[in-house]
Design a protein around this ligand. Structure first.
Ligand SMILES: [Mn+2]
Length: 282
């Protein structure tokens, strides 16, 4: 029997985009849903994202680096108040955590970094980035071949699926194992402007027939960016300008300290974060 798997990665809290790809997948006779991590972040939805994931009943779900960052805030691991990027993550995290249920937080905490499944004779490794490292730039599309070979350190793997880089991709390891990246549901990236259009969400369908022959359909699904921004504003998403730039221009300000600092000062987010840390420590 053919098995059809929908691969969703890097939703990053974009509920409108997530709804669009879910709706699209419902027309595709999907047997299994696999979630590749980084489910929350810029939240028009937090529990809303989890509710949708629970409805899909994914048989694979691994933990992303942003999932971990919010858990660090929860366990009040070091937050550097002089680093605008840390304050940004902390403020996003504080707001998110206040909306998430205890079950949401537990589920996120208990996710593995790597899962392996055998489908119709093909053994597939799934991770957010590398099997033992869910962060970093090792697997950007233009990185060297040996980095990608590190996806196959465990023996017997035929195919590796990862997310994290927000680009759709198919390539091979040096031993010709297959590598697939379904891109990002929440905000796809591309430095080439002609390949970066506003209002598209990415996912992929992996079909493996009874003989173990794989087929990949990379999908680009249109969604309403203005509606997502409106939802984010209504839910009082902090650093809304960062989210707008991401969705409208496809540019990330997440590591732009000057940009973040100006917003931090304007909204006095620093005081809120300090209050949270002090309150947690008491
Ligand atoms: Mn990531």
């Amino acid at each position: 029997m053919n098995t059809r798997i929908a691969l969703f990665s890097d939703i990053h809290g974009n509920t409108t985009a997530f709804d669009a790809v879910i709706a699209d997948s419902k027309k595709e006779n999907i047997d299994k849903y696999w979630i590749l991590g980084d489910v929350i972040m810029h939240d028009s939805g937090s529990t809303e994202i989890f509710d949708r994931i629970y409805d899909l009943n994914p048989t694979v779900w691994v933990k992303g680096n942003w999932d971990d960052l919010f858990l660090y805030i929860y366990s009040k691991k070091e937050i550097d108040m002089n680093d605008p990027s840390d304050v940004f993550i902390a403020k996003l995290g504080i707001d998110l955590l206040s909306k998430m249920s205890e079950k949401n937080i537990n589920d996120l905490e208990n996710l593995p970094l790597n899962m392996t499944r055998t489908i119709n004779g093909l053994t597939i490794s799934v991770s957010h980035n590398l099997p033992n490292k869910n962060y970093g730039r090792d697997l950007l599309p233009t990185e060297k071949q040996e980095n990608f070979d590190a996806l196959f350190e465990s023996p017997g793997i035929d195919m590796a699926i990862y997310g994290h880089i927000h680009h759709q991709m198919l390539k091979y390891s040096s031993s010709e194992q297959l590598i697939i990246n379904p891109g990002s549901v929440g905000y796809p990236f591309c430095f080439n402007k002609n390949l970066r259009k506003k209002g598209y969400s990415q996912y992929a369908i992996l079909e493996i027939n009874s003989e173990g022959v794989p087929q990949v359909n990379f999908k680009q699904v249109e969604y309403d960016v203005d509606q997502e921004i409106e939802t984010a504003i209504n839910s009082e998403l902090p650093y809304i300008d960062v989210y707008k730039k991401l969705l409208e221009e496809g540019t990330s300000k997440v590591h732009d300290n000057d940009f973040l600092k100006e917003i931090e000062l304007r909204h006095n987010y620093r005081t809120e974060v300090l209050d949270y840390i002090n309150c947690k420590n008491n």
